[in-house]
Design a protein around this ligand. Structure first.
Ligand code: BDR
Ligand code: CA
Length: 311
C-alpha cells in the first residue's frame, strides 16, 4: 500500500481524481486538503467535503488551505468549472466538517504520524505544498514523492506559455521543483492525451451506481468548455486523474527524467515549466515528466474503478 495526501481544488477533474483514488484500497488516503484555484477557497473546500460525503468517506480528515497564492492575487477558473466549481451534478451537502487546523498543519501531522513515507498528490496550485515544504524541512525525508498535475513541456492552456495550476502560483511551484523531493509531473503533454470521449461517458453512465452517475454528469459539464474547436480536442482532457492513474498503473505512461525550471519573472512566459528534454542545461533531473499515455488503458482503468462502487 501507498500512503497518500490529496491536495486539490475541486474542480471536475479533481473530483474524479478523488473518486478514482478512493476506489483503490492500496492507496491509503491520510488526508484531503484543499487549495484555492478552480474556485475560491471556501468553495473548493466545500466541494471536497461534498464529494467525500457522496463517497461516504467522512472518516478522511479534511482541511482548507491558503486562501491565496504566496505573493499574488488569486485567479480562478470559473469559466471551466462554473459558479460552484463543480457545476453539473446535484451533490449532497457536506455531512461532516473540516478539521479546525490548516491544510499545512494537517499534512504535517499526518506525515509525522504515518508508519511509512507519504506521497503527496497535488492537483491544484502548489501553494499549500510549498508552505509545507518551507515550514517543515524535518519532514522532507518522510515525503516519498510528489505526484502533481501541472505544467507542460509544450504549450500552455492558460497563457501560451503556462498551464493553469503553475500560472496561479509560480513562486510555490518554484519552491516545489527546487525541493529535491522526487517529482512526477503530469503536465498537459500527457493530460491532453487523457481525453474522455462521448462514447466513454456513455460507458460510465451505463454503470449502475450513483458515483458513476455523478462522474458522467461531471464529465457532461466539463465537456462544454472543451468542445470549443480552438483546442482541437475530440473529448475532454482528464488532467488530474492522470496522477492517480500513474500511481496505480505507471505502465500506461511514457516518462522521461528531466530538469524542470519555473519561470517566475517574465511577464510573457510567467508560470512556464521549462523542461530540459535534451539535457541542454547539464542540470540534474528533478522530475519524471510524463509524455505518453495508453488512452484506452486509462479509460478502462477509470471505468473498472467506478464499478467498485456498485452496490
Ligand atoms: C488544471 O487546471 C484545473 O482547471 C484542472 O483542475 C487541472 O488541475 C489543468 O490545467
Ligand atoms: Ca485541479
Amino acid at each position: 500500500t501507498r500512503h497518500i495526501i490529496l491536495d486539490c481544488d475541486p474542480g471536475h477533474d479533481d473530483a474524479i481524481a478523488l473518486i478514482l483514488a478512493l476506489a483503490h484500497p492500496n492507496l491509503v488516503p491520510l488526508a484531503v486538503t484543499t487549495s484555492a484555484g478552480n474556485q475560491t477557497p471556501d468553495k473548493t473546500l466545500n466541494n471536497a467535503l461534498r464529494i467525500l460525503t457522496l463517497l461516504n468517506r467522512g472518516d478522511i480528515p479534511v482541511a482548507g488551505g491558503a486562501t491565496k497564492p504566496l505573493t499574488r492575487e488569486l485567479i480562478i477558473a470559473d469559466n471551466v468549472h462554473g459558479e460552484t466549481g463543480l457545476d453539473g451534478p446535484a451533490l449532497p451537502e457536506p455531512s461532516f466538517s473540516p478539521q479546525a487546523i490548516t491544510a499545512v498543519e494537517l499534512m504535517a501531522q499526518q506525515i509525522r504520524q504515518s508508519s511509512q513515507p507519504v506521497t503527496l498528490v497535488p492537483t491544484g496550485p502548489l501553494t499549500n505544498i510549498a508552505l509545507l515544504l518551507a515550514s517543515h524541512s524535518e519532514l522532507h525525508p518522510k515525503i516519498e514523492r510528489i505526484v502533481l498535475m501541472g505544467g507542460a513541456a509544450g504549450v500552455g492552456n492558460w497563457t501560451p506559455a503556462a498551464e493553469f495550476n503553475i500560472f496561479v502560483d509560480p513562486e510555490a511551484a518554484d519552491i516545489v521543483f527546487k525541493s529535491g523531493i522526487p517529482i512526477t509531473m503530469c503536465g498537459l503533454d500527457v493530460t491532453h492525451q487523457a481525453q474522455i470521449m462521448d462514447a466513454d461517458i456513455e460507458r460510465i453512465r451505463a454503470i449502475p451506481n450513483p458515483i458513476a452517475q455523478c462522474v458522467a454528469e461531471l464529465l457532461d459539464f466539463f465537456m462544454i468548455y472543451h468542445r470549443d474547436p480552438k483546442w482541437g480536442f475530440i473529448g475532454a482532457p482528464l488532467h488530474d486523474p492522470c496522477t492517480i492513474a500513474w500511481l496505480l498503473k505507471p505502465e500506461l505512461f511514457e516518462a522521461q527524467d528531466c530538469w524542470v525550471g519555473i519561470e517566475t519573472q517574465s511577464e510573457l512566459t510567467l508560470g512556464m515549466t521549462v523542461v530540459d528534454r535534451y539535457q541542454l542545461t547539464g542540470k540534474p533531473a528533478n522530475a519524471t515528466v510524463l509524455f505518453g499515455l495508453d488512452r484506452l488503458g486509462f479509460v478502462d482503468l477509470l471505468v473498472d474503478s467506478l464499478r467498485v462502487y456498485d452496490p
